[in-house]
Design a protein around this ligand. Structure first.
Ligand code: URP
Ligand code: ZN
Ligand code: ZN
Ligand code: ZN
Length: 472
């Protein structure tokens, strides 16, 4: 199958140009001067499919480097399966996800890795890779890290919160970082001081403060700043690269910026919810409504200016990646578990379908440039997690993962409109985007076109990732 995308503006991290893109089989074969003739040869006359992208942007397929499909968590499972979640991803212009294999205490990471393959194989609509969560850092887990790197799992998430579930102590984290420094892996850090949070939660509940907003009020920015600083220091001590996930506090960004200023390999990710949503408006919604937006790190106070600071950090490269931390739960039977006790609300928000659109709105409002949008959502995730060249770029030899994005289109987000995630509500209800995902192509196969899903569950393949290509 040969596909030619004509008339569009190709956007990579370093610039934009009018060009036609030829995909031959699964790979990009050529990026051609507009008009798609090559040495007098009329390329358009020799392809199977022509996609007219006139007036539109042609960008690399989106890469969401932080998802939790069907994750067992909070007494239930994240409501999107690999099937529903990757179909939703495709609808939104994301052609690659990196999901987290979970190790709970007592489990062997290698067994869990095999289990995640069983869950995902043959069920994904887009390509997928894995990170490994480590929550039982002992000698077997450390040895498993080496084996997993060879399997293409080149990044490991450690937690400073969720005692008894995910939390590791500083010594354990240190040993994981030492191993990563030796084998070249990236350490991903969930940075919140869990001990402090656990006490604040118990004190709040004892006062009868049970509503969802107390989830945010008991996870203050000081707990995020402190743990971010601690992880940065442990990374410094060991020489491991550190990628801080779901950063929401401006003070945590400042810690990351300071470490980067010292020349350390420290990176940060934020998510759309920390750019647009707030403690006051969403988490503080009346009654139990706020449960829809319970996630950790929590939505932060708009009065304190965190959201504005996240946008600024995306511009200045204090933060490098926007992922979703897609971890959806329905209100019915799932978020409901925490009615009367906010600490029992499963933590997570579903956004995998909307990341490209939500960030594009930042281009419209002038928060980020068009190229920076592509860099944050496609290019840097590929480089950060060892996929660049195959993914994250429109260039000959790369996978034919391409999104045609219409800047003159419009996207109304909400139930019954654009919603394909397996959730009974949208965290983004009513959001209007001045842009539209028109055509989504993965390895030369059209997944979405003309408002129709034309992909196939099972099309997605496991991506054996290399080491990070982003380190200094
Ligand atoms: O609330 C969140 N973020 N749920 C997913 C688990 C995690 O810590 O990323
Ligand atoms: Zn986390
Ligand atoms: Zn997460
Ligand atoms: Zn359109």
């Amino acid at each position: 199958m040969k596909t030619l995308i004509t008339g569009g503006t190709v956007v990579n991290a370093t610039g934009r140009a009018r060009a036609d893109v030829l995909i031959d089989g699964e790979k990009i074969a050529a990026v051609l001067a507009p008009g798609s003739s090559l040495l007098g040869f009329d390329v358009a006359a020799h392809v199977d499919v022509v996609v007219d992208a006139t007036g539109k942007y042609v960008i690399p397929g989106g890469i969401d480097a932080h998802t939790h499909m069907e994750m067992p968590f909070g007494g239930t499972f994240a409501s999107d399966t690999f099937e529903t979640g990757t179909v939703a991803a495709a609808w939104g212009g994301t052609t690659t996800i990196v999901d987290f294999v979970v190790q709970y205490p007592g489990q062997n990471p290698l067994d869990q890795y095999a289990l995640w393959h069983d869950k995902a194989a043959g069920r994904c609509a887009v390509d997928y890779g894995f990170h490994q969560i480590l929550s039982d850092i002992q000698a077997p887990s450390l040895d498993a890290m080496d084996e997993l790197v060879a399997e293409g799992v080149t990044s490991f998430k450690v937690f400073t919160a969720y005692k008894g579930v995910f939390l590791s102590d500083d010594g354990q984290i240190l040993t994981a970082m030492q191993r990563a420094a030796a084998n070249g892996a990236m350490v991903m850090g969930h940075a919140e001081n869990g001990s402090v949070i656990d006490v604040l939660v118990q004190q709040a509940l004892a006062r009868g403060e049970t509503a969802p907003i107390y989830h945010g009020l008991t996870r203050p920015w000081q707990a995020e700043e402190e743990a971010t600083h601690r992880l940065i220091m442990l990374a410094h001590l060991t020489g491991a690269p550190l990628y801080v996930v779901h950063v929401s506090a401006k003070q945590a960004v400042e810690q990351i910026a300071a470490a980067r200023g010292r020349g350390q390999n420290v990176f940060g990710e934020t998510c759309p919810q920390y750019l647009y949503l707030s403690l006051e408006e969403q988490l503080g919604a009346p009654g139990f409504e706020g449960a829809k937006w319970v996630c950790s790190t929590p939505l932060r106070s708009r009065a304190e200016g965190h959201q504005e600071h996240m946008w600024k950090a995306l511009r200045t490269n204090d933060l490098q990646v926007v992922s979703t931390d897609h971890c959806p739960f329905c209100m019915k039977d799932q978020k409901e578990l925490g009615r009367g006790d906010f600490s029992k609300i499963p933590n997570g928000i579903g956004s995998v379908e909307h990341r490209m659109d939500l960030l594009y709105q930042g281009v419209v409002t002038g928060e980020i440039s068009l190229e920076r949008w592509v860099e944050l959502c496609c290019v840097t995730p590929a480089r950060m997690f060892g996929m660049y060249g195959q993914k994250g770029v429109i260039a000959p030899g790369a996978d034919g993962d391409v999104v045609v994005y219409d800047p003159n289109g419009r996207t109304s987000i909400g139930m019954g409109k654009t919603h394909h995630m397996n959730m009974d509500y949208s965290a983004w209800e009513g959001f209007e985007i001045d842009g539209h995902v028109d055509t989504v192509i993965s390895r030369g196969t059209v997944l979405v076109d003309d408002g129709e899903f034309r992909g196939r569950v099972g099309h997605g393949r496991y991506l054996k990732r290399g080491l990070s290509q982003y380190l200094v």
